[in-house]
Design a protein around this ligand. Structure first.
Ligand code: O2Y
Ligand code: MN
Length: 584
């Protein structure tokens, strides 16, 4: 159908990676960085129309609209296939089709899944090498009759006879981009974009949207969560997962270097967790990925030293700025732009003179997890790691305290279901200042009806013995004062909150029982130097009026979206919370 000029089967070798990178450098698509500064690193500049996930072109093509649910973009699968087949017809002319056998999760793990992505983008192949396990070992595990998830991808820009890209990022216009999922067939069809989550189909498409459907059917969880371990001064280790909406600092938390003496954090994953009940009744998590596809702007030696160290070599940068001496630079890297730069569009850029940032706000780095100095020795353990705590969180300048702990499992599920961030600039659908709900941080990534997804979480609580499930917490690093200053310093100081979580999982850590759950006692979390006792009291206070407004917005705007698919127990939790607050 796609009629490529050639077909290459990817073996996942370093020789293959190096050959593709050289080919892309020769064609002008990749810019090799200065080997004295960043050995083995390359910069790519995408088309200005192809810089992020395209949610309004992302579809869940389930057989019925009800199955896709109220929060997904539903489209009829037969009609969509007709449309996309027309687009795929001849779409790889003049290009090579790469066949990428890849595995999400350690090859051989009983929770791992194999996919085969076909793509006409060598950039996608190189990124898949870093983000997944690619090649011959996967084909071997698949055998003659193994199961795999077909993932079709084309950038949607065929070349006519004698036509060349001339180093320009090829893609299709926005109205021809389709990121489509067929949940019943467990198939992915993507067309028109070469960028990130639209094109690296092992990530959001397979490991979240399709995997969430498989997980529902098989009784496990595919979640938009980081995984880390916290090690106390005595050397005891606990594993924590955390779900925050996109761009709320998951990568920074996953790689945090604690400020509290004697405590350590190690990284297992920064974006996706697949979790399954073990024979001992505990919940075990694996990171299905092998790399980080992180946001570059704002990443610095202060905000994330472990990421910065990982990026010293063998990394791919997309849409950052280029310095005169062949290094990358981005806003928030921690130092001034060293002279004139070339911005992410390929134009000259000078600090103080340019109107726009040098680096795109969604500029990315791709780097292997194994390169992170904080990566845990067990990060690839096929059995996964036993989870003690689940954190939910979002950007909330008011109402939600720095941390509170759920009273029980269903209360924790309720917390996950109301996750959201306050938006600061008006968007098409929302006024500035309203809370954009992103339940479980899965709104863009749940492949089926979100009401049923809530029920899947409630059901998990009934499938194991009391005391075996993780404790659930809600964190909020983003509280502000009335005059718009941060109440909490965040970043490395968040380790103080992780310490309290660790202690609570041991049945320790001083806490007050309040209408919203357990809140740290005023002296339970050691204060950073710049947080006064009054600030701490504000960070931990229960804002009765704020919560009553929150309840009103959940009752009138959020929960009604899910109709009769909303589990009754979540309404019970909402009512219970309201009753307790009214008695306060
Ligand atoms: O814009 C993209 O294509 C990337 S989106 C992304 C990448 C890595 C981790 N998380 C996300 C996200 O949107 O949650
Ligand atoms: Mn993410």
């Amino acid at each position: 159908m796609t009629r490529p000029d050639a077909i290459e089967w990817c073996d996942g070798s370093k020789a293959e990676y190096d050959r593709l990178m050289k080919q892309m450098a020769d064609s002008g698509l990749a810019i090799p960085l200065n080997p004295e500064k960043r050995p083995g690193c390359y910069l790519f500049r995408s088309d200005a129309s192809d810089v992020a996930r395209v949610e309004n072109r992302t579809y869940i093509a389930a057989r019925s609209q009800e199955e896709a649910g109220p929060t997904n973009n539903w489209i009829d699968p037969d009609g969509l296939k007709e449309t996309m087949k027309e687009l795929y017809e001849g779409c790889m002319k003049g290009r090579t089709m790469y066949v990428i056998p890849f595995c999400m999760g350690p090859v051989g793990s009983d929770i791992a899944r194999i996919g085969i992505e076909i793509t006409d983008s060598p950039y996608v192949v190189a990124n898949m090498h870093i983000m997944t396990r690619v090649g011959s070992k996967v084909l071997k595990a698949l055998g003659e009759d193994g199961e795999f998830i077909p993932a079709l991808h084309s950038i949607g820009k065929p070349l006519a006879e004698g036509e060349h890209d001339h180093g320009k990022w090829p893609c299709a216009p926005l109205d021809k981009k389709y990121i489509s999922h067929f949940p019943e067939e467990r198939t992915i069809w993507s067309f028109g974009s070469g960028y990130g989550g639209n094109a690296l189909l092992g990530k959001k498409c397979l490991s979240l949207r399709i995997a969430s459907v498989i997980a529902r059917d098989e009784g496990w969880m595919a979640e938009h969560m980081l995984i880390l371990s916290v090690i106390n001064p005595a050397g005891r280790k606990k594993y924590i997962v955390a779900a925050f909406p996109s761009a709320c600092g998951k990568t920074n938390l996953a790689m945090i270097i604690p400020t509290i003496p004697g405590w350590k954090v190690e990284t297992i994953g920064d974006d996706i967790a697949w979790m399954k009940l073990g024979r001992d009744g505990r919940l075990y998590a694996i990171n299905p990925e092998t790399g980080f596809f992180g946001v570059a702007p704002g990443t610095s030696l202060e905000s994330n030293p472990n990421a910065m160290k990982s990026l010293e070599s063998d990394s791919i940068f997309t849409n950052t700025a280029l310095t005169a001496d062949g290094d990358v630079w981005w806003e928030g890297i921690g130092y001034e732009a060293p002279g004139k730069l070339i911005d992410w569009n390929g134009n000259e850029w000078e600090a103080g003179k340019a109107e726009k940032p040098a680096s795109h706000p969604n500029a990315r780095f791709t780097v292997a997890a194994a390169k992170c100095p904080a990566v845990a020795a067990e990060w690839e353990d096929p059995a996964g790691v036993p989870i003690s705590a689940i954190l939910f969180g979002g950007r909330r300048p008011d109402t939600i305290p720095l941390i509170h702990q759920a009273r029980n499992w269903n209360h924790g599920v309720f917390m996950g279901s109301i996750v959201g961030s306050r938006i600061t600039t008006a968007a098409l659908d929302l006024k500035a200042g309203t809370v954009r709900r992103d339940p479980f941080a899965m709104l863009p990534f749940c492949g089926y009806n979100m009401g049923d997804y809530f029920r899947h979480w409630v059901d998990l609580g009934t499938r194991t013995q009391a005391g075996k499930l993780p404790e659930i917490f809600y964190v909020n690093w983003f509280r502000k004062t009335a005059d718009d200053n941060w109440l909490w310093p965040g970043y490395r100081e968040n380790s103080r909150v992780l310490k309290w979580v660790f202690e609570r999982c041991d049945g320790e850590g001083k806490a007050e029982e309040t209408p919203i759950g357990f809140v740290p006692a005023l002296d339970a979390i050691d204060r950073p130097a710049d947080v006064s006792a009054a600030d701490m009291a504000e960070l931990l206070a229960v804002d009765r009026e704020g919560w009553l407004n929150e309840i009103e917005s959940i009752r009138s705007e959020h929960y009604p979206k899910f109709g009769d698919r909303l589990p009754e127990v979540l309404i019970d939790e909402l009512d219970g919370l309201e009753d307790r607050l009214k008695k306060m």
